[in-house]
Design a protein around this ligand. Structure first.
Ligand code: 5GP
Ligand code: MN
Length: 340
């Protein structure tokens, strides 16, 4: 289904439904929350009873966002979440394309598989057969940009408001590293320019997202770079690892390692950066790259994950030492691509 067809059909399609649940991915980021809340506000404008459900808590740097208090966090209130899902006549997936990315919600989503699904997302490798409607564009900065385009199609002046614009700017800003990567066309800047206004202050939003570190979080960043970063010159790669004990020592809060993985890419010769973190029962990988090297392919092939060319994630169920060993073991396979 082309973008244009989705836009043309959207209003008629969505008007058939009364109770709509918007679901986003586990460990929700700025784009997951921003696109979901903006879409939620947009659906309210059509008189639809919309709800937003996320599998687990959002990072505290997003706590100020408009509408955040309306989000249902499944691992804190799964009974109510299940009620929402069971009562929904449409379920919308925002900012992910594999149901397995919904953590705790996944099982309950399986139980209501007859409920039609709508997708708005910018990840690759989508199985479209499960969706009644989909807006799926990998060459777009963020899901928030897609929601912005959808709203613009229906009438920017009629439907865009300060809350929606703020949510969408958060999503686009965070998924592009403040407009530093993942921008495929000038329209990204154009639509952001339109959303900025006296009441929607870009610098203020940026400051609320990026200048709200706790002292512990900043010190953890320093520790990662000074004590835990290894550079592998022959592979143009650097990795950082963090154990559970490290996280505890810095009183880790959700979101505190967000952005850490980008720092090694500031080294001229580094093309891939990896953060390996020990989480509850699993090892979490965060990959970033510069240029053409696809961390999506690497994450998909070896780490049960995926994402985008320059940003991907994955997990392994093993110890942190084994995870590092596994990572070092696969590197030679990618040497030629990393040397390019
Ligand atoms: P992050 O490193 O910030 O957690 O994730 C980077 C990107 O990769 C995000 O766009 C995210 O959606 C995607 N991603 C992260 N983890 C996974 C995963 O386990 N599976 C897949 N398919 N994508 C992931
Ligand atoms: Mn995204």
């Amino acid at each position: 289904m082309s973008k244009q067809l989705f836009f043309n059909k959207f209003q008629e399609f969505v008007s058939q439904y009364k109770r709509v649940v918007i679901v986003s991915h586990v460990n929700p980021d700025g784009d997951a929350i921003g696109s979901s809340l903006a879409f939620y506000y947009f659906l309210l404008k059509f008189g639809i009873d919309a709800k937003v459900v996320i599998p687990n808590d959002f990072p505290s740097f997003l706590a100020w966002m408009p509408g955040i208090e309306n989000i249902l966090i499944y691992d804190k209130n799964s009974e109510k979440g299940l009620e929402y899902l069971n009562n929904a006549d449409l379920i919308c997936y925002l900012d992910f394309n594999h149901q397995s990315r919904t953590g705790l919600v996944h099982n309950d989503l399986c139980h209501c598989k007859k409920t039609p699904r709508l997708l708005i997302d910018h990840h690759r490798d989508t199985d479209y057969s499960q969706f009644a409607m989909y807006l799926s564009e990998a060459e777009t900065s963020s899901t928030s940009e897609l929601v912005a385009e959808l709203i613009q199609y229906h009438g920017f002046d009629k439907y865009m408001d300060d809350k929606i614009a703020t949510c969408l700017l958060v999503g686009i800003m965070t998924d592009t590293g403040s407009f530093a990567h993942s921008i495929y066309h000038p329209e990204t800047f154009e639509i952001c320019g339109k959303m900025i206004s006296p009441n929607v202050n870009y610098q203020l939003i940026h400051s609320k997202i990026y200048n709200t570190f706790s002292e512990n979080r900043l010190r953890l960043l320093g520790y990662c770079i000074s004590n835990r970063m290894t550079t592998l010159d022959e592979y143009h790669t650097a990795y950082i690892y963090l154990t559970k004990a490290d996280l505890e020592a810095y009183n880790y809060q959700v979101g505190d390692t967000e952005g850490v993985v980008n720092f090694p890419l500031m080294i001229d010769s580094i093309k891939m950066a990896v953060l390996i973190t020990e989480r509850q029962g699993v090892i979490r990988f965060s990959f970033r790259s510069k240029g053409d090297f696809s961390v999506h392919e690497l994450a998909r092939a070896h780490f049960n994950g995926g994402g985008h060319t320059n940003a991907a994630g994955g997990t392994l169920e093993c110890s942190i030492d084994e995870a590092i060993k596994e990572f070092l073991k696969v590197l030679p396979e990618y040497k030629a691509l990393l040397d390019k």
